[in-house]
Design a protein around this ligand. Structure first.
Ligand code: XMP
Length: 509
């Protein structure tokens, strides 16, 4: 990377959001925990110090040697980062007398500051802190205040080092993005050339160099991450990428065929493997959700290993890992030392011993979608709702049989197709149906029935961590319910799940 910003993470819940905002401004950035800073080479244009749940007044709060970059590079300290700058350079930080949380207005501001260019007067910012800077170092001055926070922003006289008490990365700071852009472009001199197109170009070049004439095997799931990762590798090495798409029998109706066709349309060298019977067999009699997950995971590994063995001289395993899976998570007491132990090293399937290639490991989810658009990935893959790896296996509550899978596939199809037909699919983050282990009494014609209940679930969300139930129109729900009960044999009752996450989860198992 020609130029980058380093974000030093002190454990704030907002650190990833800072990174996403910076990337939205077409500047590449990396998050590193305060206790493990990489070498600061010529490509680093500036440093952002994140917030933290800790207080700089605590003895065991996260610390680092700021001299590594303080007189060499522009620095922006955010919240805890600002307090750390103030305290370590000769200022003072005390507990706030009032809790400073929520919206505030930057009522006083030095408009000549580059940091504030293009920002409206009385700009709203988001505060979230229990400490306050009571005294600045003698070499620093206040550049903005709110009614209750005197040192809302400050800078050092002799170097481009700034501290801001508020959070520019959250949308409640209405000019936060402009402020970040001012720092990145006006102060750090970043060129804003990190785009999806440039990412594709450099990644494909790097993959060509790394992989040469080697063969890569990769499992596809139909999801965005594995599909985009595969396309990048495909652009680099073409037919030397061997993709495997497994039908575990727990996919949506027609999904295996549809996705396989669209993969082939993209030119991917992909093999569809029908392993339905093997999965059903492995699931026989299992009712506990975790047991089912394990059986599905284990069977996938077996099937994939069998298939990988059929490819001669394969050297690499392609994976769709993305950045949030990679960032070392920082506990406030320092990054936890996780020892990755494989209890069964001797017994690992062979494909797990391959070298791993992960072309998306620097991207957030939204970045993956942008890259997908840049390489013309079709909407059937790009706009697809997330779907759990164990598929319908965790949406059939209790034990799984072929018949139950068929019923749920039909139900799910009426629901999902209905969402698409009514142009509601893209408004919903994830949707699906659950087959409940409950029979209910109904009446059809003159006969009483005793059949299954299904629950429909649709949620709105940003990342699946929290979710609200989607407020779908009643006429739509009424139509879908009718369609299901009239057409899917074995179902006589449809309910709609109106629980949010938390406290419920998205899936029922
Ligand atoms: P929950 O149910 O935890 O789901 O609110 C959050 C997101 O994760 C998906 N999910 C899974 N994905 N394997 C997966 O690959 C699983 O075992 C699994 N369980 C839940 C779920 O579909 C939602 O998108």
């Amino acid at each position: 990377m020609d130029e980058k910003i380093i974000i030093i993470d002190f454990g704030s819940q907002y650190t990833q959001l800072i990174a996403r905002r910076i990337r939205e401004l077409n500047v590449y950035c990396e998050i590193h925990p305060f206790s493990n800073i990489p070498e600061i080479d010529g490509s680093v244009k500036g440093i952002v110090l994140s917030g933290s749940p800790c207080s700089v007044r605590d003895e065991d709060s996260p610390r680092m040697d700021l001299d590594l970059f303080l007189d060499k590079l522009p620095v922006l300290g955010v919240c805890y980062g600002a307090q750390l700058l103030a305290q370590t350079q000769g200022g003072n930080v005390q507990a706030s007398t009032t809790r400073e949380y929520g919206r505030a207005i930057l009522s006083e501001r030095n408009d000549k500051e580059t940091l504030f260019q293009g920002i409206s007067s009385n700009s709203q910012v988001w505060m979230s802190h229990g400490d306050t800077i009571t005294e600045l170092p003698s070499s620093a001055e206040i550049i903005a205040s709110t009614d209750s926070v005197r040192v809302a922003a400050f800078k050092f006289h002799d170097k481009p080092v700034f501290g801001i008490q508020f959070h520019p990365e959250v949308t409640h700071s209405t000019d936060g993005k402009q402020l970040l852009e001012n720092f990145l472009v006006g102060i750090c001199g970043c060129s804003q050339t990190w785009t999806s197109d440039s990412f594709v170009e450099t990644t494909v070049e790097e993959l060509k160099e790394t992989l040469g004439n080697d063969k890569v095997v990769m499992g596809l799931s139909g999801g965005v991450d594995s599909s985009v990762a595969a396309m990048l590798i495909h652009k680099a090495i073409g037919k030397n990428l061997y993709c495997i798409f497994v039908d575990n029998g727990l996919l949506r109706k027609n999904e295996f065929e549809d996705v396989l066709t669209s993969y082939k349309g993209l030119g991917l060298n992909v093999k569809g493997v029908d392993a339905k019977a093997r999965f059903l067999n492995a699931l026989k009699g299992l009712t506990d959700p975790e047991d089912k997950r394990k059986a599905i995971g284990r069977t996938f590994i077996e099937v994939f290993d069998d298939e990988a063995h059929k490819i001669q001289d394969v050297k690499w395993l392609g994976q769709g890992t993305i950045y949030p899976d990679v960032i070392e998570s920082v506990s406030v007491k320092g990054p936890s030392v996780t020892i990755k132990s494989h209890h069964n090293v001797g017994g690992l399937p062979d494909f797990m011993k391959l070298k791993v290639v992960e072309p998306l490991k620097l991207l957030f989810k939204d970045g993956v979608r942008d890259v997908g658009r840049a390489i013309d990935m079709p909407d059937i893959i790009l706009k697809r709702h997330p779907f759990p790896g164990p598929g319908l296996g965790i949406r059939i509550l209790g034990d799984i049989t072929e018949d139950k899978v068929r019923i749920l596939q039909e139900v799910d199809h009426y629901f999902i197709q209905g969402l698409k037909d009514h142009k509601l699919y893209d408004d919903v983050w994830q949707a699906g149906a659950m087959l409940l282990p409950v029979q209910s009494v109904g009446v059809m014609g003159d006969e009483r029935t005793y059949e299954s209940v299904v629950a429909l679930r649709a949620v709105t969300s940003v990342d699946g961590m929290t979710a609200d139930w989607a407020h779908l129109p009643y006429p739509f729900l009424a139509k879908v319910s009718n369609d299901i009960i009239n057409n899917v044999k074995g179902v006589n009752r449809v309910v709609y799940d109106i629980s949010s996450k938390p406290p419920a989860t998205i899936e029922w198992e």
